[in-house]
Design a protein around this ligand. Structure first.
Ligand code: FHN
Length: 483
């Protein structure tokens, strides 16, 4: 768990340092300057302890489901019978579709097979702890009922009902945290115009209409909080030049006033460094970094971050995107991310009819099967204390008077000898997490660390977990995080 109390101001600097030299970063983590503290106190008056308490469930969760759903699922990657390249939810931009034409898709959007109970069951069985669904993507179409516009699922589609509230209610029933994605950039709203004659990204603001759009967004926030009570607001589309860090602080403070426990990603602000997703130096709004389609090279001590990734190559549904990642890749991504102290936000793109594509469901079921046996080694864990492990990854939990190390072994030792480099601690117990009887494994201190004798057969072909309970402070030669 990232236990170091952290405020937005240092996220960027520390994350940069952490990427460069983990040990150095941990030792050199800088606090905010007095000016930054006083500045921040005006728009985010929160102590480190209050922030830790607010972030706790999110840090423990480690695994979320991203859902990209909207009108773009109707064309599903082709326009005028021609395939359109790029990610599915960008088709309005990629195919340069006039607003009046794109709007017609609403008349075809009728997700008669949408079953929120089934969706949440799939998420829960996968081991997901929170779900983030698009409430309004860049195309401006709202999946919830808004009084601020008729361009929403209730007023503009034959379906005629809110899609988010039943999902939020079902999430609450099944113990999954409900969260929403919201795009600041809006290709439909009249306050924003096209930057050129090819596409919409990034929009330009119509002079004199920015305040109107900021109010429009704030009405949406009130409607979303009121109807669905999301636990995270996942912003996106913050890269337009008309949207400023000052706007971000206003939005952040506005939302936290409405819902003090709300968690908000760093894309509410202007600090994100592109797809690397981490906040650069300075004092930017947002509670966690958002690497996209990538996993940071090392852990980021003291930084909250979440890697969002697709299962194929698109966020929104594309009928011809069959480039599905393997179960092994997805499960090892989850482990790699947890071993660096981050969260994994894995995406599905439902069809226009409201069905999560079967290849996505199959992969979620495989992850769920692994998590049923090994979830203890992911949920509520903190980053690995090891610089690197040739055979896999490590996560850890502080226990009474000691530490539990979870050794995630990708390459199982054929000779049954697993070397844990640099570990100097006495081992209280060692066993296979998959072994319900927790049969003790023998271990021996050797020159280069600790050698654990394991069965020659791995319990799981993708990743098997060896549990080591060690007493006292961690003693690891070359540790990369504070003890
Ligand atoms: O432009 C969006 C994209 O459509 C998708 O929503 C991803 C997911 O995080 N975010 C933006 C690209 O960075």
């Amino acid at each position: 768990m990232n236990t170091r109390p952290f405020t937005c101001g240092c996220i960027g600097l520390l994350s940069w340092l952490a990427l460069a030299a983990p040990l150095a970063a941990a030792e050199q983590a800088t606090e905010q300057t007095p000016k930054q503290v006083s500045e921040q106190a005006q728009w985010n008056p929160e102590t480190a302890e209050q922030r830790d308490a607010r972030m706790q469930w999110w840090r423990d969760a480690r695994f979320g489901l991203f859902v990209h759903w909207g009108l773009y699922a109707v064309p599903a990657g082709s326009w005028n019978d021609k395939p359109v390249g790029g990610i599915g939810e960008w088709i309005m931009n990629s195919a340069n579709i006039p607003v009046a034409e794109y709007e017609q898709l609403a008349k075809q959007f009728n997700p008669v097979d949408y079953d929120p109970v089934a969706w949440v069951r799939i998420a829960k069985q996968a081991g997901v702890k929170y779900l983030v669904i698009t409430s309004k993507h860049h195309d401006g179409f709202c999946l919830f009922d808004s009084k601020a516009t008729g361009y929403d699922v209730v007023d503009a589609t034959p379906y005629g009902k809110c899609l988010l509230k039943p999902l939020a209610d079902e999430c609450r029933k099944q113990g999954i945290q409900f969260c929403v994605y919201y795009s600041i950039m809006d290709w439909h709203h009249p306050s924003q115009t096209r930057p050129h004659d090819r596409g919409y990204n990034p929009t330009k603001i119509v002079p004199g209409r920015k305040a109107e759009y900021m109010d429009y967004m704030k009405q949406h926030f009130r409607e979303l909080l009121e109807s669905c009570d999301p636990q995270v607001l996942w912003f996106d589309g913050e890269w337009c030049d008309w949207y400023t860090e000052e706007d971000a602080r206003d939005v952040y403070a506005y939302l936290r006033k409405l819902k003090p426990q709300l968690i908000i990603n760093n894309r509410v602000g202007k600090g994100r460094q592109g797809m690397e997703g981490l906040t650069k130096g300075g004092d930017h709004a947002g509670d966690f970094g958002t690497p996209e389609q990538q996993i940071p090279a090392t852990g980021l001590p003291g930084v909250d971050w979440e890697s969002c990734m697709t299962m194929n190559d698109t966020w929104g549904f594309k009928r011809d995107d069959h480039n599905w990642k393997s179960n092994e890749t997805l499960i090892r991504n989850l482990i790699d991310i947890a071993s660096k102290g981050g969260n994994y936000l894995l995406n599905v793109g439902p069809t226009a009819a409201g069905v999560i594509p079967p290849p996505s469901v199959e992969r979620l079921q495989a992850i769920g099967k692994w998590m049923q046996v090994n979830g203890e080694a992911i949920y509520g864990t903190a980053a690995s204390p090891f610089k690197s492990l040739a055979w896999g990854r490590c996560t850890r939990k502080s226990a009474e008077g000691g530490t539990t190390l979870y050794l995630h072994v990708f390459q199982w030792p054929r000779d049954g000898q697993l070397l844990v480099p640099g570990l100097r601690n006495q081992v209280a117990t060692a066993y296979l997490l998959a072994d319900a009887r927790k049969k003790a494994l023998s271990s021996e201190a050797v020159e280069s660390g600790l050698r654990v004798t394991v069965p020659t057969e791995a319990p799981d072909p993708i990743c098997s977990v060896v549990v080591l309970k060690v007493a006292g402070e961690l003693e690891i030669k070359g540790a990369i995080v504070p003890k």
